[in-house]
Design a protein around this ligand. Sequence first.
Ligand code: NCD
Ligand code: ZN
Ligand code: ZN
Length: 344
Amino acid sequence: MTREITLTRPDDWHLHVRDGAALETVVPHTAAQFARAIIMPNLKPPVTTAAQAVAYRDRIRSAVPAGMAFEPLMTLYLTDNLPPDEIRRAKEAGVVAVKLYPAGATTNSDAGVTDIRKTYATLEAMQREGILLLVHGEVTSPDIDLFDREAVFIEEQLMPLRRDFPELKVVMEHITTKEAAQYVASADRYLGATLTAHHLLYNRNAIFTGGIRPHYYCLPVLKRETHRVALVAAATSGNPKFFLGTDSAPHPAHLKEHATGCAGCYTAHAAMEMYAEAFDAVGALDKLEGFASFFGADFYGLPRNTGTITLRKESWTPPESFAFGEAELKPLRSGEALPWRLAV
Ligand code: NCD
Ligand code: ZN
Ligand code: ZN
C-alpha cells in the first residue's frame, strides 16, 4: 500500500478567494499547496476590466505569507457588454481567461451573460488573442430540472458556441455529470474540463445525510452516484483534457446555514488531501500528478512547475472553522478525520 507520494507542485485551475479580510484566511491555504491558481472574477461588483484584475492580483499577492511562492492567474468576468478592446488590454496585463456565468446561474452571477450572441465580438477577440473561455455550464431556466441543467447547457449552448469558435480554448469548469465527461472526452483539443475534489468524493446523498447539510451544497449541485463514478473515471483516466480545479468557494458560515443558503464548498484548507483520498480509493494515485500538476498547465500553454509536494497517509482532523473577516468559515469535512496529509 502506498503510504507517501511526491508530486510536482500542483496548480488549482478554478479558485474563489473573495476579497478584503477573507484573503488573509484563504490565500495562505492555497499557497501552501499550489504554485498557481486561476482566480475567479465573481466579486461584487465583478472584475470586468484589465485594471481591476491587476489591482485584485496585487491584493491577493499581498496576502501570500512571506517565504511562500504563489502566483494568482487572473480572469475577467464576461458580461453582455464586455468590449472586445478590453481583451487586448487584458492580454497585455497578463490576464489568461474570461469567465462565462449565465446570468443567475450561481453565486454573484447577476451581471452574467443573458444571451451568448451578445458576446460574439468579444469571443472573437479572445480566440484571436489566445485568451481562454472558462464556463459555468448550466442553463438557468426554471423549467429545466436542477439536476439536468449541465447536460442541457452542453446541447443548447456549448455545442453551438464551439461550432462558431472552433479555435477558442474552452474549459468546462467543475463538471458534475457523465454527459459532460463524455462530451469533453470526445471533443477536440480546444476543450478541457476541471473537476473538484468534492464532486469526486460525494454524491447528492451527502447533502441530505441525517438532515440537510448546507456545507455540501454547491453549484452545479452534487449528482447521483453513477455520475460521481464517471467523474472519477475521467479524472483518473490519464486523459490530459481533465485537470484539477477545486472550485473552493468560501462563504460565511451563517450565510450557508440559512433559509436560502449560499452555494459553494470550501476545500482549499485540504484540497490535495481530498484529491489523494479520491484517487487512492480507486487505486489510481499514480495518475494524480498528471491531473494535478501537468495537464492544466499544458492546456493553458503555461510552463509546468518545478518543485514538489509530498502527501502522506496519516490521519488528521482539520479545524471546525476558520476566522473569515468578522465571520466564521466552515471548511468541508470540518472536524472530520482525513486519511491523507500534506507533509510540511
Ligand atoms: C461559487 C461561488 O461561491 O462563488 N459557488 C459554487 O457553488 N460553486 C460559484 C461557482 O463556481 O459557480
Ligand atoms: Zn461555477
Ligand atoms: Zn467556482
